[in-house]
Design a protein around this ligand. Structure first.
Ligand code: G6P
Length: 579
Protein backbone atom coordinates (compact mmCIF):
# COMPACT_ATOMS: atom_id res chain seq x y z
CA UNK A 1 0.00 0.00 0.00
CA UNK A 2 1.53 3.23 -1.11
CA UNK A 3 4.89 3.34 -2.81
CA UNK A 4 7.72 5.68 -1.98
CA UNK A 5 10.79 6.59 -3.98
CA UNK A 6 13.81 8.81 -3.42
CA UNK A 7 16.72 9.94 -5.53
CA UNK A 8 19.93 11.87 -4.92
CA UNK A 9 22.72 12.22 -7.45
CA UNK A 10 23.84 13.77 -10.68
CA UNK A 11 20.57 13.61 -12.61
CA UNK A 12 17.56 15.87 -12.47
CA UNK A 13 15.48 14.16 -9.78
CA UNK A 14 12.02 14.80 -11.28
CA UNK A 15 12.02 12.32 -14.20
CA UNK A 16 13.69 9.66 -12.02
CA UNK A 17 11.02 10.09 -9.35
CA UNK A 18 8.11 10.09 -11.81
CA UNK A 19 9.42 6.99 -13.59
CA UNK A 20 10.02 5.30 -10.24
CA UNK A 21 6.50 6.08 -9.06
CA UNK A 22 5.06 4.60 -12.24
CA UNK A 23 6.84 1.36 -11.42
CA UNK A 24 5.36 1.45 -7.92
CA UNK A 25 1.89 2.54 -8.96
CA UNK A 26 0.57 -0.98 -8.41
CA UNK A 27 0.97 -0.33 -4.66
CA UNK A 28 -1.64 2.43 -4.73
CA UNK A 29 -2.89 4.76 -7.39
CA UNK A 30 -5.42 7.24 -6.06
CA UNK A 31 -2.97 10.17 -6.05
CA UNK A 32 0.73 10.87 -6.29
CA UNK A 33 3.28 13.58 -5.61
CA UNK A 34 6.93 14.52 -5.56
CA UNK A 35 9.12 17.02 -3.74
CA UNK A 36 12.52 18.13 -4.97
CA UNK A 37 15.21 20.07 -3.22
CA UNK A 38 17.45 22.62 -4.81
CA UNK A 39 17.90 25.74 -2.74
CA UNK A 40 14.25 25.46 -1.73
CA UNK A 41 11.74 22.61 -1.52
CA UNK A 42 9.34 22.36 -4.46
CA UNK A 43 6.23 20.19 -4.15
CA UNK A 44 3.80 18.92 -6.77
CA UNK A 45 0.93 16.56 -5.92
CA UNK A 46 -2.19 15.50 -7.69
CA UNK A 47 -5.21 13.24 -7.41
CA UNK A 48 -5.50 10.50 -10.05
CA UNK A 49 -3.10 8.49 -12.15
CA UNK A 50 0.50 9.56 -12.72
CA UNK A 51 0.19 9.44 -16.51
CA UNK A 52 -2.68 11.93 -16.30
CA UNK A 53 -0.99 14.41 -13.96
CA UNK A 54 2.75 14.07 -14.46
CA UNK A 55 3.05 17.03 -16.87
CA UNK A 56 2.38 19.38 -13.95
CA UNK A 57 5.61 18.24 -12.28
CA UNK A 58 7.80 19.28 -15.22
CA UNK A 59 8.71 22.63 -13.64
CA UNK A 60 10.25 21.05 -10.56
CA UNK A 61 13.97 20.43 -10.62
CA UNK A 62 16.51 19.42 -8.03
CA UNK A 63 19.49 17.25 -7.28
CA UNK A 64 17.46 15.25 -4.80
CA UNK A 65 13.84 14.42 -4.30
CA UNK A 66 11.23 12.12 -2.87
CA UNK A 67 7.95 10.79 -4.31
CA UNK A 68 4.85 8.89 -3.27
CA UNK A 69 1.97 7.04 -4.90
CA UNK A 70 -0.96 6.68 -2.53
CA UNK A 71 -3.60 4.18 -1.44
CA UNK A 72 -5.61 6.31 0.96
CA UNK A 73 -5.89 5.25 4.60
CA UNK A 74 -6.33 8.53 6.52
CA UNK A 75 -8.23 11.14 4.53
CA UNK A 76 -9.86 10.74 1.15
CA UNK A 77 -7.81 10.83 -2.07
CA UNK A 78 -7.26 14.54 -2.79
CA UNK A 79 -4.50 16.89 -3.89
CA UNK A 80 -4.07 18.06 -0.30
CA UNK A 81 -3.94 14.60 1.26
CA UNK A 82 -1.49 13.36 -1.38
CA UNK A 83 2.14 13.11 -0.23
CA UNK A 84 4.71 14.65 0.15
CA UNK A 85 3.71 16.54 3.29
CA UNK A 86 5.58 19.56 4.55
CA UNK A 87 6.11 21.38 7.83
CA UNK A 88 4.63 24.83 8.57
CA UNK A 89 7.43 26.69 6.77
CA UNK A 90 7.63 24.24 3.84
CA UNK A 91 11.29 23.71 4.58
CA UNK A 92 10.95 19.99 5.23
CA UNK A 93 9.12 17.40 3.12
CA UNK A 94 8.34 13.78 3.88
CA UNK A 95 6.79 10.77 2.17
CA UNK A 96 5.55 7.84 4.21
CA UNK A 97 4.28 4.30 3.69
CA UNK A 98 2.60 2.76 6.73
CA UNK A 99 0.31 4.01 9.48
CA UNK A 100 1.10 6.28 12.43
CA UNK A 101 -1.31 4.91 15.01
CA UNK A 102 -0.87 7.69 17.57
CA UNK A 103 -1.18 10.50 15.03
CA UNK A 104 -4.36 12.05 16.56
CA UNK A 105 -2.66 12.57 19.89
CA UNK A 106 0.52 13.89 18.24
CA UNK A 107 -1.51 16.20 16.02
CA UNK A 108 -3.40 17.62 19.00
CA UNK A 109 -0.13 18.30 20.82
CA UNK A 110 1.48 19.86 17.74
CA UNK A 111 -1.55 22.08 17.07
CA UNK A 112 -1.42 23.12 20.72
CA UNK A 113 2.13 24.26 20.09
CA UNK A 114 1.03 26.33 17.09
CA UNK A 115 1.61 24.02 14.13
CA UNK A 116 -0.79 24.49 11.23
CA UNK A 117 -1.94 21.28 9.54
CA UNK A 118 -3.08 21.21 5.93
CA UNK A 119 -4.12 17.59 5.40
CA UNK A 120 -6.18 14.90 7.13
CA UNK A 121 -3.34 12.37 6.93
CA UNK A 122 -1.47 10.64 9.72
CA UNK A 123 1.78 11.35 7.86
CA UNK A 124 1.75 15.12 8.27
CA UNK A 125 2.66 14.83 11.97
CA UNK A 126 6.05 13.48 10.90
CA UNK A 127 6.89 16.65 8.97
CA UNK A 128 5.89 18.87 11.90
CA UNK A 129 7.77 16.76 14.44
CA UNK A 130 10.92 16.92 12.32
CA UNK A 131 10.40 20.69 12.09
CA UNK A 132 10.36 20.96 15.90
CA UNK A 133 13.69 19.17 16.18
CA UNK A 134 15.40 20.66 13.13
CA UNK A 135 18.31 23.01 13.56
CA UNK A 136 20.09 22.28 10.30
CA UNK A 137 20.83 18.62 11.06
CA UNK A 138 18.18 16.53 9.30
CA UNK A 139 19.50 13.19 10.56
CA UNK A 140 19.34 14.35 14.17
CA UNK A 141 15.82 15.74 13.68
CA UNK A 142 14.57 12.47 12.17
CA UNK A 143 16.27 10.49 14.95
CA UNK A 144 14.53 12.65 17.54
CA UNK A 145 11.16 12.16 15.80
CA UNK A 146 11.09 8.40 15.26
CA UNK A 147 10.79 7.34 18.92
CA UNK A 148 7.61 9.45 19.17
CA UNK A 149 5.86 7.48 16.42
CA UNK A 150 3.76 4.38 17.10
CA UNK A 151 2.84 2.24 14.13
CA UNK A 152 4.62 1.35 10.93
CA UNK A 153 6.63 3.43 8.57
CA UNK A 154 9.00 3.68 5.70
CA UNK A 155 9.84 7.38 5.59
CA UNK A 156 11.98 9.57 3.37
CA UNK A 157 12.71 13.15 4.46
CA UNK A 158 14.42 16.09 2.77
CA UNK A 159 15.11 19.63 3.97
CA UNK A 160 15.86 22.83 2.09
CA UNK A 161 19.50 23.65 1.43
CA UNK A 162 20.47 20.12 2.48
CA UNK A 163 22.01 17.70 0.03
CA UNK A 164 20.83 14.53 1.72
CA UNK A 165 17.86 12.24 2.15
CA UNK A 166 17.19 10.65 5.50
CA UNK A 167 15.40 7.31 5.24
CA UNK A 168 13.92 5.20 8.04
CA UNK A 169 12.01 1.97 8.20
CA UNK A 170 10.00 0.12 10.78
CA UNK A 171 7.55 -2.57 9.63
CA UNK A 172 7.24 -1.14 6.11
CA UNK A 173 9.65 -2.05 3.32
CA UNK A 174 12.52 0.15 2.13
CA UNK A 175 15.32 -0.68 -0.30
CA UNK A 176 18.34 1.40 -1.28
CA UNK A 177 19.88 1.18 -4.76
CA UNK A 178 23.53 2.06 -5.16
CA UNK A 179 24.61 3.67 -8.43
CA UNK A 180 27.66 5.58 -9.55
CA UNK A 181 27.60 8.79 -7.47
CA UNK A 182 23.86 8.45 -7.08
CA UNK A 183 21.63 6.63 -4.61
CA UNK A 184 18.02 5.56 -4.90
CA UNK A 185 15.48 4.55 -2.29
CA UNK A 186 12.20 2.77 -2.92
CA UNK A 187 9.50 0.58 -1.40
CA UNK A 188 10.67 -2.30 -3.53
CA UNK A 189 13.34 -2.91 -6.12
CA UNK A 190 11.29 -2.41 -9.29
CA UNK A 191 12.09 1.34 -9.66
CA UNK A 192 15.79 0.59 -9.26
CA UNK A 193 16.12 -1.96 -12.07
CA UNK A 194 16.68 0.75 -14.65
CA UNK A 195 19.70 2.18 -12.87
CA UNK A 196 21.47 -0.41 -10.76
CA UNK A 197 21.48 -4.06 -9.76
CA UNK A 198 23.10 -3.35 -6.39
CA UNK A 199 20.62 -3.04 -3.56
CA UNK A 200 20.53 -2.89 0.21
CA UNK A 201 17.45 -4.11 2.04
CA UNK A 202 17.07 -2.02 5.19
CA UNK A 203 15.99 -3.76 8.40
CA UNK A 204 13.31 -2.63 10.82
CA UNK A 205 14.73 0.12 13.02
CA UNK A 206 17.34 1.23 10.46
CA UNK A 207 17.90 4.90 9.67
CA UNK A 208 19.97 5.78 6.60
CA UNK A 209 21.70 9.07 5.98
CA UNK A 210 22.06 9.36 2.21
CA UNK A 211 24.19 11.73 0.15
CA UNK A 212 25.00 11.28 -3.57
CA UNK A 213 28.14 9.26 -3.09
CA UNK A 214 27.69 7.75 0.33
CA UNK A 215 25.15 6.29 2.66
CA UNK A 216 25.47 5.37 6.30
CA UNK A 217 23.03 3.05 8.00
CA UNK A 218 22.39 3.41 11.73
CA UNK A 219 20.62 0.98 14.00
CA UNK A 220 19.89 1.98 17.59
CA UNK A 221 22.30 4.89 17.12
CA UNK A 222 25.24 2.78 15.95
CA UNK A 223 26.61 2.53 12.41
CA UNK A 224 25.85 -0.90 10.92
CA UNK A 225 26.92 -2.59 7.69
CA UNK A 226 24.10 -3.94 5.55
CA UNK A 227 25.14 -6.27 2.73
CA UNK A 228 24.88 -5.12 -0.87
CA UNK A 229 22.87 -7.74 -2.77
CA UNK A 230 22.51 -8.23 -6.51
CA UNK A 231 19.04 -8.30 -8.07
CA UNK A 232 18.45 -10.92 -10.71
CA UNK A 233 15.47 -9.18 -12.35
CA UNK A 234 16.02 -6.95 -15.35
CA UNK A 235 14.21 -3.84 -16.48
CA UNK A 236 12.77 -5.54 -19.60
CA UNK A 237 10.73 -7.75 -17.24
CA UNK A 238 8.82 -4.68 -16.13
CA UNK A 239 7.74 -3.56 -19.61
CA UNK A 240 4.41 -4.36 -21.21
CA UNK A 241 6.09 -5.72 -24.31
CA UNK A 242 3.29 -5.07 -26.82
CA UNK A 243 0.51 -6.63 -24.72
CA UNK A 244 -2.66 -4.65 -24.09
CA UNK A 245 -2.25 -5.08 -20.34
CA UNK A 246 0.37 -6.27 -17.90
CA UNK A 247 -2.12 -8.86 -16.71
CA UNK A 248 -2.33 -10.47 -20.14
CA UNK A 249 1.44 -10.42 -20.50
CA UNK A 250 1.79 -12.02 -17.09
CA UNK A 251 -0.81 -14.69 -17.93
CA UNK A 252 1.26 -15.52 -21.02
CA UNK A 253 4.49 -15.63 -19.03
CA UNK A 254 3.23 -18.54 -16.94
CA UNK A 255 4.85 -21.41 -18.85
CA UNK A 256 8.20 -19.75 -18.21
CA UNK A 257 7.64 -18.61 -14.63
CA UNK A 258 6.28 -22.03 -13.66
CA UNK A 259 9.20 -23.78 -15.36
CA UNK A 260 11.78 -21.46 -13.76
CA UNK A 261 10.33 -22.02 -10.30
CA UNK A 262 10.44 -25.79 -10.75
CA UNK A 263 13.94 -25.59 -12.22
CA UNK A 264 15.26 -23.57 -9.28
CA UNK A 265 14.23 -26.48 -7.04
CA UNK A 266 14.42 -26.59 -3.25
CA UNK A 267 17.69 -26.07 -1.40
CA UNK A 268 18.97 -28.53 1.18
CA UNK A 269 17.95 -26.55 4.26
CA UNK A 270 14.37 -26.13 3.05
CA UNK A 271 14.34 -29.78 2.00
CA UNK A 272 15.30 -30.88 5.48
CA UNK A 273 12.71 -28.60 7.05
CA UNK A 274 9.96 -29.99 4.81
CA UNK A 275 10.99 -33.61 5.34
CA UNK A 276 11.04 -33.19 9.13
CA UNK A 277 7.58 -31.57 9.30
CA UNK A 278 4.96 -33.72 11.02
CA UNK A 279 2.28 -31.12 10.35
CA UNK A 280 2.23 -28.01 8.23
CA UNK A 281 0.33 -24.75 8.84
CA UNK A 282 0.13 -22.20 6.04
CA UNK A 283 -0.68 -18.53 6.63
CA UNK A 284 -1.63 -16.32 3.71
CA UNK A 285 -4.09 -13.72 2.37
CA UNK A 286 -6.01 -13.21 -0.88
CA UNK A 287 -4.84 -15.26 -3.83
CA UNK A 288 -2.02 -16.73 -1.76
CA UNK A 289 -4.65 -18.12 0.61
CA UNK A 290 -6.17 -19.96 -2.34
CA UNK A 291 -2.85 -21.53 -3.34
CA UNK A 292 -2.40 -22.56 0.30
CA UNK A 293 -5.84 -24.23 0.27
CA UNK A 294 -5.01 -26.03 -2.97
CA UNK A 295 -1.83 -27.28 -1.28
CA UNK A 296 -3.87 -28.63 1.63
CA UNK A 297 -5.95 -30.78 -0.72
CA UNK A 298 -2.93 -31.99 -2.64
CA UNK A 299 -0.67 -32.65 0.36
CA UNK A 300 -3.30 -34.36 2.50
CA UNK A 301 -4.66 -36.58 -0.25
CA UNK A 302 -1.43 -37.38 -2.08
CA UNK A 303 1.07 -37.69 0.76
CA UNK A 304 -1.00 -37.74 3.96
CA UNK A 305 0.60 -34.73 5.69
CA UNK A 306 -1.86 -32.97 8.01
CA UNK A 307 -2.17 -29.39 6.75
CA UNK A 308 -3.94 -26.41 8.27
CA UNK A 309 -4.51 -23.18 6.34
CA UNK A 310 -5.12 -19.88 8.11
CA UNK A 311 -5.88 -16.38 6.92
CA UNK A 312 -3.16 -14.05 8.21
CA UNK A 313 -5.75 -11.54 9.42
CA UNK A 314 -7.55 -14.14 11.55
CA UNK A 315 -4.53 -16.08 12.78
CA UNK A 316 -3.15 -13.04 14.53
CA UNK A 317 -6.14 -12.64 16.81
CA UNK A 318 -7.23 -16.26 17.12
CA UNK A 319 -3.94 -18.12 17.01
CA UNK A 320 -4.62 -21.86 16.95
CA UNK A 321 -2.46 -24.33 18.86
CA UNK A 322 0.61 -24.83 16.65
CA UNK A 323 2.81 -27.81 15.98
CA UNK A 324 5.19 -28.34 13.11
CA UNK A 325 6.28 -26.23 10.20
CA UNK A 326 4.62 -22.87 9.50
CA UNK A 327 4.77 -21.60 5.93
CA UNK A 328 3.94 -17.99 5.01
CA UNK A 329 2.83 -17.70 1.39
CA UNK A 330 3.03 -14.16 -0.01
CA UNK A 331 3.94 -13.03 -3.51
CA UNK A 332 4.98 -9.56 -2.27
CA UNK A 333 6.46 -10.76 0.99
CA UNK A 334 5.07 -7.58 2.55
CA UNK A 335 1.45 -8.35 3.46
CA UNK A 336 1.06 -7.00 6.99
CA UNK A 337 -1.35 -9.70 8.19
CA UNK A 338 0.79 -12.53 6.86
CA UNK A 339 3.91 -11.04 8.43
CA UNK A 340 2.15 -10.66 11.80
CA UNK A 341 1.05 -14.32 11.66
CA UNK A 342 4.57 -15.41 10.75
CA UNK A 343 6.01 -13.49 13.69
CA UNK A 344 3.54 -15.16 16.03
CA UNK A 345 4.56 -18.58 14.72
CA UNK A 346 8.20 -17.69 15.36
CA UNK A 347 7.37 -16.52 18.84
CA UNK A 348 5.94 -20.00 19.45
CA UNK A 349 9.21 -21.54 18.32
CA UNK A 350 7.83 -23.16 15.19
CA UNK A 351 10.22 -23.61 12.26
CA UNK A 352 9.14 -21.10 9.61
CA UNK A 353 9.43 -20.98 5.84
CA UNK A 354 8.57 -18.08 3.50
CA UNK A 355 7.36 -18.70 -0.04
CA UNK A 356 7.61 -15.42 -1.90
CA UNK A 357 8.46 -13.82 -5.20
CA UNK A 358 10.30 -10.88 -3.65
CA UNK A 359 13.97 -11.27 -2.85
CA UNK A 360 14.82 -9.40 0.36
CA UNK A 361 11.20 -8.81 1.34
CA UNK A 362 10.10 -8.77 4.98
CA UNK A 363 8.88 -12.38 5.08
CA UNK A 364 12.34 -13.52 3.97
CA UNK A 365 13.84 -11.60 6.89
CA UNK A 366 11.41 -12.97 9.44
CA UNK A 367 11.21 -16.63 8.37
CA UNK A 368 13.98 -19.13 9.13
CA UNK A 369 14.20 -20.18 5.48
CA UNK A 370 12.90 -18.96 2.12
CA UNK A 371 11.72 -20.73 -1.00
CA UNK A 372 11.93 -18.06 -3.68
CA UNK A 373 9.50 -18.24 -6.60
CA UNK A 374 10.89 -17.25 -9.97
CA UNK A 375 7.93 -15.38 -11.41
CA UNK A 376 9.83 -12.13 -12.08
CA UNK A 377 8.13 -8.77 -11.52
CA UNK A 378 4.34 -8.90 -11.55
CA UNK A 379 2.90 -5.45 -12.23
CA UNK A 380 -0.81 -6.15 -12.81
CA UNK A 381 -2.62 -5.86 -9.50
CA UNK A 382 -4.39 -9.19 -9.98
CA UNK A 383 -2.04 -12.06 -9.17
CA UNK A 384 -1.61 -14.47 -12.10
CA UNK A 385 1.92 -15.71 -12.71
CA UNK A 386 2.75 -15.32 -9.02
CA UNK A 387 -0.24 -17.62 -8.26
CA UNK A 388 1.00 -20.41 -10.53
CA UNK A 389 4.59 -19.89 -9.33
CA UNK A 390 3.32 -20.32 -5.76
CA UNK A 391 1.63 -23.51 -6.89
CA UNK A 392 4.94 -24.57 -8.45
CA UNK A 393 6.72 -24.04 -5.13
CA UNK A 394 4.00 -25.81 -3.13
CA UNK A 395 3.70 -28.68 -5.61
CA UNK A 396 7.42 -29.24 -5.23
CA UNK A 397 6.89 -29.67 -1.51
CA UNK A 398 4.17 -32.24 -2.23
CA UNK A 399 6.49 -33.96 -4.68
CA UNK A 400 9.34 -33.99 -2.18
CA UNK A 401 7.15 -35.61 0.47
CA UNK A 402 5.95 -38.13 -2.13
CA UNK A 403 9.55 -39.12 -3.00
CA UNK A 404 9.49 -37.58 -6.44
CA UNK A 405 6.30 -39.32 -7.58
CA UNK A 406 5.29 -36.22 -9.57
CA UNK A 407 8.66 -35.41 -11.12
CA UNK A 408 7.37 -36.18 -14.56
CA UNK A 409 4.12 -34.22 -14.21
CA UNK A 410 5.90 -31.16 -12.84
CA UNK A 411 8.71 -31.13 -15.36
CA UNK A 412 6.23 -31.20 -18.26
CA UNK A 413 3.51 -28.98 -16.77
CA UNK A 414 4.80 -25.84 -18.52
CA UNK A 415 3.94 -27.45 -21.88
CA UNK A 416 0.29 -27.95 -20.88
CA UNK A 417 0.25 -24.40 -19.50
CA UNK A 418 1.52 -23.15 -22.88
CA UNK A 419 -1.21 -25.06 -24.73
CA UNK A 420 -4.05 -23.86 -22.53
CA UNK A 421 -3.18 -20.23 -23.22
CA UNK A 422 -4.62 -20.76 -26.69
CA UNK A 423 -8.01 -21.77 -25.30
CA UNK A 424 -10.89 -19.71 -26.68
CA UNK A 425 -13.19 -18.47 -23.90
CA UNK A 426 -15.24 -15.90 -25.81
CA UNK A 427 -18.61 -17.68 -25.46
CA UNK A 428 -18.18 -17.87 -21.70
CA UNK A 429 -17.09 -14.21 -21.65
CA UNK A 430 -20.27 -13.21 -23.47
CA UNK A 431 -22.30 -14.91 -20.74
CA UNK A 432 -20.32 -13.58 -17.76
CA UNK A 433 -20.09 -10.01 -19.01
CA UNK A 434 -23.91 -9.81 -19.11
CA UNK A 435 -24.35 -11.33 -15.65
CA UNK A 436 -24.63 -9.58 -12.29
CA UNK A 437 -23.59 -12.71 -10.40
CA UNK A 438 -21.48 -15.72 -11.33
CA UNK A 439 -20.82 -18.83 -9.25
CA UNK A 440 -17.62 -20.85 -9.53
CA UNK A 441 -17.76 -24.39 -8.18
CA UNK A 442 -15.45 -27.35 -7.86
CA UNK A 443 -14.49 -30.13 -5.48
CA UNK A 444 -11.19 -31.09 -3.89
CA UNK A 445 -8.36 -28.88 -5.16
CA UNK A 446 -10.77 -27.43 -7.71
CA UNK A 447 -12.69 -25.81 -4.86
CA UNK A 448 -9.83 -23.35 -4.13
CA UNK A 449 -9.29 -23.07 -7.89
CA UNK A 450 -12.96 -21.95 -8.08
CA UNK A 451 -12.47 -19.51 -5.21
CA UNK A 452 -9.54 -18.02 -7.08
CA UNK A 453 -11.56 -17.90 -10.32
CA UNK A 454 -14.27 -15.97 -8.48
CA UNK A 455 -11.75 -13.63 -6.88
CA UNK A 456 -10.18 -12.84 -10.26
CA UNK A 457 -13.62 -12.22 -11.75
CA UNK A 458 -14.74 -9.80 -9.06
CA UNK A 459 -11.52 -7.91 -8.60
CA UNK A 460 -10.96 -6.98 -12.22
CA UNK A 461 -14.41 -7.15 -13.89
CA UNK A 462 -16.48 -6.00 -10.85
CA UNK A 463 -18.99 -8.77 -11.65
CA UNK A 464 -20.05 -10.26 -8.34
CA UNK A 465 -18.71 -13.80 -8.12
CA UNK A 466 -18.61 -16.51 -5.45
CA UNK A 467 -16.38 -19.55 -5.29
CA UNK A 468 -18.11 -22.50 -3.66
CA UNK A 469 -17.51 -26.16 -2.89
CA UNK A 470 -19.87 -27.71 -5.44
CA UNK A 471 -21.72 -29.74 -2.83
CA UNK A 472 -22.50 -26.65 -0.76
CA UNK A 473 -24.43 -24.71 -3.37
CA UNK A 474 -27.67 -26.44 -2.50
CA UNK A 475 -27.37 -25.28 1.13
CA UNK A 476 -28.49 -21.75 0.37
CA UNK A 477 -27.03 -20.30 -2.84
CA UNK A 478 -29.45 -22.41 -4.93
CA UNK A 479 -32.02 -19.75 -4.00
CA UNK A 480 -30.06 -17.35 -6.21
CA UNK A 481 -29.88 -19.53 -9.31
CA UNK A 482 -31.82 -18.23 -12.32
CA UNK A 483 -31.32 -18.28 -16.08
CA UNK A 484 -29.23 -15.15 -15.56
CA UNK A 485 -26.78 -16.63 -13.04
CA UNK A 486 -24.02 -18.53 -14.84
CA UNK A 487 -22.21 -21.26 -12.93
CA UNK A 488 -18.65 -22.12 -13.88
CA UNK A 489 -18.01 -25.73 -12.84
CA UNK A 490 -14.72 -27.61 -12.92
CA UNK A 491 -15.47 -31.28 -13.50
CA UNK A 492 -12.57 -33.55 -14.36
CA UNK A 493 -12.14 -37.35 -14.07
CA UNK A 494 -11.51 -38.67 -10.58
CA UNK A 495 -13.43 -39.73 -7.51
CA UNK A 496 -15.75 -36.70 -7.59
CA UNK A 497 -16.61 -36.80 -11.29
CA UNK A 498 -19.97 -38.56 -10.84
CA UNK A 499 -21.14 -36.37 -8.00
CA UNK A 500 -20.00 -33.20 -9.84
CA UNK A 501 -22.00 -34.29 -12.89
CA UNK A 502 -25.06 -34.74 -10.63
CA UNK A 503 -24.51 -31.27 -9.10
CA UNK A 504 -24.33 -29.79 -12.59
CA UNK A 505 -27.66 -31.43 -13.50
CA UNK A 506 -29.24 -30.06 -10.31
CA UNK A 507 -28.06 -26.57 -11.20
CA UNK A 508 -29.29 -26.95 -14.79
CA UNK A 509 -32.68 -27.98 -13.39
CA UNK A 510 -32.74 -24.53 -11.70
CA UNK A 511 -32.14 -22.98 -15.14
CA UNK A 512 -28.61 -21.74 -14.40
CA UNK A 513 -26.45 -21.65 -17.55
CA UNK A 514 -23.45 -23.93 -16.98
CA UNK A 515 -19.94 -23.25 -18.21
CA UNK A 516 -18.02 -26.45 -17.57
CA UNK A 517 -14.28 -27.04 -17.59
CA UNK A 518 -13.74 -30.72 -18.31
CA UNK A 519 -11.08 -32.83 -19.96
CA UNK A 520 -10.83 -32.78 -23.75
CA UNK A 521 -13.02 -35.51 -25.28
CA UNK A 522 -15.55 -35.65 -22.43
CA UNK A 523 -18.58 -35.59 -24.74
CA UNK A 524 -20.92 -36.79 -22.00
CA UNK A 525 -20.20 -33.67 -19.95
CA UNK A 526 -20.17 -31.43 -23.02
CA UNK A 527 -23.71 -32.56 -23.83
CA UNK A 528 -25.28 -31.62 -20.52
CA UNK A 529 -23.76 -28.13 -20.21
CA UNK A 530 -24.23 -24.87 -22.11
CA UNK A 531 -20.59 -24.10 -22.75
CA UNK A 532 -17.83 -26.70 -22.55
CA UNK A 533 -14.21 -25.58 -22.17
CA UNK A 534 -11.74 -28.44 -22.62
CA UNK A 535 -8.55 -28.69 -20.61
CA UNK A 536 -5.88 -31.32 -21.36
CA UNK A 537 -6.44 -34.75 -19.82
CA UNK A 538 -3.27 -34.72 -17.74
CA UNK A 539 -2.15 -35.38 -14.18
CA UNK A 540 -4.32 -33.87 -11.43
CA UNK A 541 -1.61 -31.36 -10.48
CA UNK A 542 -1.42 -30.12 -14.04
CA UNK A 543 -5.21 -29.89 -14.28
CA UNK A 544 -5.16 -27.58 -11.25
CA UNK A 545 -2.86 -25.30 -13.21
CA UNK A 546 -4.65 -25.41 -16.56
CA UNK A 547 -8.11 -24.94 -15.00
CA UNK A 548 -6.80 -21.94 -13.06
CA UNK A 549 -5.42 -20.39 -16.22
CA UNK A 550 -8.72 -20.78 -18.09
CA UNK A 551 -10.39 -18.93 -15.21
CA UNK A 552 -7.75 -16.17 -15.40
CA UNK A 553 -8.49 -15.79 -19.13
CA UNK A 554 -12.22 -15.74 -18.44
CA UNK A 555 -11.84 -12.96 -15.85
CA UNK A 556 -9.42 -11.01 -18.02
CA UNK A 557 -11.55 -11.05 -21.16
CA UNK A 558 -14.73 -10.33 -19.18
CA UNK A 559 -13.03 -7.29 -17.65
CA UNK A 560 -11.92 -6.15 -21.11
CA UNK A 561 -15.43 -6.65 -22.50
CA UNK A 562 -16.72 -4.42 -19.69
CA UNK A 563 -13.94 -1.90 -20.36
CA UNK A 564 -12.51 -2.10 -16.86
CA UNK A 565 -9.11 -0.79 -15.82
CA UNK A 566 -7.65 -4.31 -15.81
CA UNK A 567 -4.20 -3.60 -14.40
CA UNK A 568 -5.38 -1.15 -11.75
CA UNK A 569 -8.83 -2.17 -10.56
CA UNK A 570 -10.67 0.34 -8.42
CA UNK A 571 -9.94 0.55 -4.68
CA UNK A 572 -7.25 -2.15 -4.70
CA UNK A 573 -3.50 -2.37 -4.35
CA UNK A 574 -1.13 -5.19 -4.98
CA UNK A 575 0.82 -5.03 -1.78
CA UNK A 576 -1.31 -4.64 1.35
CA UNK A 577 1.06 -3.37 4.00
CA UNK A 578 -1.62 -2.26 6.46
CA UNK A 579 -3.67 -4.54 8.69
C1 G6P B 1 -3.56 -8.02 -2.35
C2 G6P B 1 -3.37 -8.36 -3.82
C3 G6P B 1 -3.72 -9.82 -4.06
C4 G6P B 1 -2.88 -10.71 -3.15
C5 G6P B 1 -3.06 -10.33 -1.68
C6 G6P B 1 -2.05 -11.05 -0.80
O1 G6P B 1 -4.90 -8.04 -2.02
O2 G6P B 1 -4.17 -7.52 -4.63
O3 G6P B 1 -3.44 -10.15 -5.41
O4 G6P B 1 -3.26 -12.03 -3.33
O5 G6P B 1 -2.82 -8.93 -1.52
O6 G6P B 1 -0.77 -10.63 -1.19
P1 G6P B 1 0.56 -11.42 -1.00
O7 G6P B 1 1.61 -10.49 -1.52
O8 G6P B 1 0.71 -11.66 0.46
O9 G6P B 1 0.48 -12.67 -1.76
Amino acid sequence: MCGIVGYIGRRDATPVLIQGLKRLEYRGYDSFGIATVGSAIGVYKKTGRISEGEAGAADLHGYAGIGHTRWATHGEPSDTNAHPHTDCEKKIAVVHNGIIENYSELKRQLEGRGHIFRSETDTEVIAHLIEEHYDGDLLAAVNATLPLLKGSYAVLAIAENTQRIVAARDASPLVLGVGDAEIFAASDMTPLLEYTERVIFLEDGDVADITPDRFTVYHEGRVVERPVELIDWCVEDTRKGGFAHYMLKEIYEQPQSFYETIRAGIDDRVRQMVMEAGEITLVACGTSYHTALAFKYMAESLCSIPVRVELGSEFKYFTPPLRGLVIAVSQSGETADTIAALKMAKARNCPTLAITNMQGSTVTRVADETLLMRAGPEIGVAATKSYTAQLAALMQIVNLRCEGAFDDALSHAHLAIGDILLQDVHEAVALCSKADHVFFVGRGPFYPVSMEGALKMKEISYVHAEGYAAGELKHGPFALLTEETPVVAVCTPGPTYGVMASNIKEMKARKAPIIALGVAGDTELAEIVDIFIPIPNTHLLVQVLTASIVLQLLAYHTACALQRDVDKPRNLAKSVTVE
